[in-house]
Design a protein around this ligand. Structure first.
Ligand SMILES: Nc1nc2c(ncn2[C@@H]2O[C@H](COP(=O)(O)OP(=O)(O)O)[C@@H](O)[C@H]2O)c(=O)[nH]1
Ligand SMILES: [Mg+2]
Length: 313
């Protein structure tokens, strides 16, 4: 793509043109656009958005919650961006859950942009891409940006590396208390939600979470727990109000500032790793490793061979 074209796409995306936003995302996803170039243009203008991770087991109601939050946040005159990482099955290519909710509560609203992305790529890659997508949404002026994870495995943890705030969603009657005890998951959550509170035992779960938090998160005073129901609508307003006030106060929130700083350093480290590896693999070194044969490796350690290879430019 010519730099003139990129300039135009960037200008349009910044003005909230949905096609340009999609083009930027697809461009970096497919490698047609350089992440380096896009990132250097957009990050300077992407400072007023709050990025909120929504994680929790599949079926907990993460998509349903966002669907219900959208109108509440829009009432408060803020715009919304959503990145939904789809739980595509590696075998069937379809979703794990038949009754998965699609986020469609704002089809005609140009202040709400929803983008889904597949979870099938290598995990670190998905997280990095979600982070780049969220930057593009910030650049396009979205105030509150949600990133919904698949909620299984590493994605549950890694979403906290790319967001200002991590929300963990639980539901009663699903053995979530056991999940709660999983190492590390409590530490990274800033906000808890007990969804499907229309079901019995929701209060019991809230109490359990409270107990576990007070036992393990001693150094953190206020970890809010919201009780919501996407069926009755209970608790959604309170949850939305809290998220909006996080957005309002984020510039003065030291915890968020600290996270942004550590996120920045993490990205720097990743860029350095990628750059150094790319630099290392010169044509001669690539040729060298490709030309190794069975005899070459008989009596040599890989360290020795690498040392020899490093002598090449
Ligand atoms: N009873 C009840 N069902 C809910 C509630 N929230 C979501 N659901 C249902 O739970 C299922 C999974 O919801 P979904 O939002 O796709 O969950 P996700 O996988 O976490 O995104 C859907 O059938 C929803 O209709 C709730 O508060 N109460
Ligand atoms: Mg979902």
């Amino acid at each position: 793509m010519s730099s003139k074209n990129l300039k135009k796409i960037l200008k349009d995306a910044q003005a909230n043109n949905f096609i340009a936003i999609s083009d930027l995302m697809t461009g970096i996803e497919t490698g047609v656009l350089s992440r380096r170039e896009v990132s250097s243009h957009i990050l300077k203008h992407s400072i007023n958005s709050i990025k909120i991770g929504i994680t929790g087991p599949p079926g907990a109601g993460k998509s349903s919650l966002m669907n219900q939050l959208i109108p509440k946040i829009r009432e408060k005159n803020l715009s919304v961006g959503i990145i939904a990482i789809d739980p595509s099955s590696p075998i069937t290519g379809g979703s794990f859950l038949g009754d998965r909710v699609r986020i469609n509560n704002a089809i005609d609203d140009n202040k709400v942009f929803v983008r889904s992305m597949g979870s099938r790529a290598e995990l670190g890659g998905v997280t990095d891409l979600a982070e780049d997508f969220s930057d593009i949404l910030a650049f396009s002026g979205k105030d509150i940006i949600f990133i919904e994870t698949v909620g299984v495995g590493q994605s549950e943890y890694s979403v906290s590396e790319i967001t200002d705030l991590t929300t963990l969603v639980f539901v009663p009657e699903s053995g979530d208390e056991i999940q709660l005890l999983k190492a590390g998951i409590l530490e990274l959550a800033d906000v808890f939600v007990v969804n499907k509170s229309d079901r019995k035992d929701a209060n019991l779960l809230v109490r359990s979470i409270n107990n576990i938090i007070s036992a393990t998160k001693k150094n953190i005073k206020n970890v809010p727990i919201f009780k919501t129901s996407c069926k009755s609508g209970d608790g959604i307003e309170e949850f939305a109000t809290a998220l909006v006030s996080y957005h309002k106060s984020m510039q003065d929130n030291d915890q968020i500032k600290d996270r942004q700083l550590s996120r920045f350093s993490r990205r720097m480290r990743k860029i350095i790793e990628k750059d150094i590896i790319k630099e290392f693999w010169s044509e001669d070194r690539l040729k060298f490793i490709e030309s190794l044969n069975k005899e070459d490796i008989k009596f040599k350690s890989p360290y020795e061979i690498v040392d020899n290879m490093k002598k090449l430019k």
